[in-house]
Each structure stands twice: as C-alpha cells, then as structure tokens.
Design a protein around this ligand. Structure first.
Ligand SMILES: C[S@@+](CC[C@H](N)C(=O)[O-])C[C@H]1O[C@@H](n2cnc3c(N)ncnc32)[C@H](O)[C@@H]1O
Length: 231
C-alpha cells in the first residue's frame, strides 16, 4: 500500500502548477490503465495500491462523522471510490450502509476483490459515471469525495460543464440536509465554497497539515464538510 505523499498527491497536484492545465488525470483512460495495473499488483502480491492523501485523510473524516454521531446505518456514498479503501475503513468503524461508485471498471473490480478479502459482503459497489448517474443512485445521508472532484476538474474536455454536472449530480443523490465531505488538493476553501454554494452550506473545515512556502502559510489539502439545504 502506498500513500500519495504525506497528505500530498504527487501526480495529481503537480499538474496544478500549470494553472489547471488539462491533464491525463482527468481522463477515464488514465484511471482504467492505473487500476488495471493496481488490480494485477493486488492479485500478484496483495498490495491495495494508492491511498490518496494518506490514511490520515480517511481518519479525519471518520473522526468528524463519529463526533457528529452520524448513525451507523446512515446511507454513505463514496464518489469515485478507487480501490475502495475508504469503504473498508468506514466498515471497520461500524458503518453498515455503504455504497461505492467509480467509472473505471477496473477500479470496481479491485474494490470487489479487496472487500471480499476483508470479508465485507454488504457493501454495494458499482460502475457509475458520477457526471451521468443512474436514476437509482439517490437518497444518501453522507457523500464522500476524496480526490475525485480534483480528477474531474482536470478533464481535457469541457471542465466547466463537468463541474456543473458534478454539482447537479451531487444534489440529485443527496438527501436534504445530508452531508458532503470533500478532500481536495486542487481547490482552496474559498474556491470550493464558490463551486458548491448555493444549495450546500459550509458546516466545518476539517484541520489539515499546513506548510510554509515563500513566507506564506497554506494547506496542501483542503477538507470541507457541507450540508445540503432542506429542499
Ligand atoms: C484520485 S482518484 C481517488 C480515488 C479514491 N477516492 C481514493 O481516495 O483513493 C480519483 C478517482 O475518481 C474516479 N473518477 C474520476 N472521474 C469519475 C467520474 N466521472 N465518475 C466516477 N468516478 C470517477 C477515478 O476512476 C478514480 O478512481
């Protein structure tokens, strides 16, 4: 297992130095290839592959959910689940109503293998493009995104359209007053607020490690909790 940097994201974030230049990280081909390789590695040596932004990025979200007494049977969606390790961690903490989606079939296959190995039979996992979700994908109390909106924002195609579609899908799949918890290395808190308001209100910024560069202090990763409006 490897973490993408100490709260970093070597591949995904270095691309950002070029002012959000479109990137292969925003393409399905890239993720299909990456997860095909990771699936093979998992089959060969049992390594689950990348933990984007490190283990701490999952712990802080789960800590917040537990502190808020989010019920264990809350319907939770992991958007762009990758290898599904967030689902595994959530299950280990007692959360029992879990769904993971990813548009990469290889990622879903990897997740299925890992869940099986972990003995987690009751997790729903399916191939879905979140920008064009199926009608059945709805009713979630908590939606989690760790690195997926970042990847979508790097799409070489119409990124503005992709961002709009993402926000629309989010509102469709979430319950009124449900939570959306996003971890991003591409967007600042202010930018995320602009993108996800109106419709969602900020509830909490989760503390992430800070770094200093050229006398300016910033965060390498931003983690925000939003709540969907009542209607
Ligand atoms: C940076 S990885 C993060 C994976 C996982 N969330 C994690 O934290 O390890 C981005 C993930 O988003 C998925 N993804 C990108 N665009 C997507 C879309 N439109 N619909 C569903 N999944 C998507 C990719 O296949 C990949 O698994």
């Amino acid at each position: 297992m490897s973490a993408h940097g100490a709260e970093g994201c070597a591949g995904q974030c270095t691309e950002l130095e070029d002012e959000f230049a479109p990137s292969k990280l925003g393409t399905k081909d890239y993720w299909d290839d990456a997860y095909k390789r990771e699936l093979q590695t998992y089959k060969d040596i049992g390594d689950v592959g990348e933990i984007w932004f490190g283990e701490e990025s999952m712990d802080r979200v789960i800590r917040w959910m537990e502190a808020q007494n989010v019920p264990e049977n809350a319907a939770i969606l992991d958007i762009g689940t990758g290898n599904g390790m967030f689902l595994v961690e959530l299950a280990k903490h007692g959360f029992s109503n879990l769904t993971g989606i990813d548009y990469s079939k290889a990622a879903v296959e990897l997740t299925v293998n890992i869940l099986e190995e972990e003995g987690l039979k009751n997790v729903t996992i399916q191939v879905e493009d979140f920008l064009n979700p199926s009608a059945e994908l709805k009713g979630f109390d908590v939606c989690i995104d760790k690195g997926t909106f970042d990847a979508i924002s790097l799409s070489p195609e119409d990124r503005e359209e992709a961002k709009k579609l993402y926000v629309n899908s989010l509102k469709t799949v979430m319950q009124p007053e449900g939570f959306f918890i996003i971890t991003s290395c591409n967007w600042t808190k202010e930018q995320l607020l602009q993108i996800f308001r109106p419709g969602l209100e900020l509830v909490r910024e989760l503390p992430t490690p800070r770094f200093q560069f050229g006398g300016v202090t910033g965060n390498s990763v931003t983690a925000l909790v939003f709540k969907r409006n009542k209607s």
